[in-house]
Design a binder for this molecule. Structure first.
Ligand SMILES: [Zn+2]
Length: 136
């Protein structure tokens, strides 16, 4: 409902403008033709022709402002998301360096990471000694 409020405001501005203009001009013409209300009719038509555009510009302009603000917010969010993914990409690299110091082997049976000093896999109980003997 509150997505693209700026765009919606612009649409509403145009619709309001058309309704105001047509409504007031038609009203003025009816007043003159049917009720001999020349003064009132002319004022209605003038209001339709001169005031409606002002209201159109006001609402439309405000709609543009809101749209720009919305787009800026979206872009800011995107940029922040990009920065976060960049930082996430850096994290695993750091972790790997850390891990290599402490974790040397993987369990053949379940793939669990194992410390060099582990004699059994913590996860499945597989004997790590066998592997260490093979690789050493
Ligand atoms: Zn295991």
């Amino acid at each position: 409902m509150f997505d693209n409020v700026g765009r919606k405001l612009q649409t509403i501005a145009v619709i309001t403008f058309v309704i105001d203009l047509l409504g007031l001009v038609i009203l003025g013409m009816i007043a003159i033709a049917e009720y001999d209300e020349v003064f009132g009719g002319v004022i209605a038509i003038l209001a339709g022709v001169f005031v409606s555009p002002v209201i159109l510009y006001l609402i439309y302009g405000f709609g543009l402002l809101v749209e720009n603000a919305e787009e800026e917010t979206k872009e800011r969010k995107k940029r922040r998301a990009n920065q976060e993914t960049k930082m996430d990409l850096l994290k695993p690299a750091n972790n790997k360096i850390d891990d290599n110091e402490h974790f040397d082997t993987f369990c053949i049976k379940c793939g669990n990471r194992l410390k060099n000093t582990d004699k059994f896999c913590v996860k499945c109980g597989w004997k790590v000694e066998c592997l260490n003997k093979q690789t050493n």
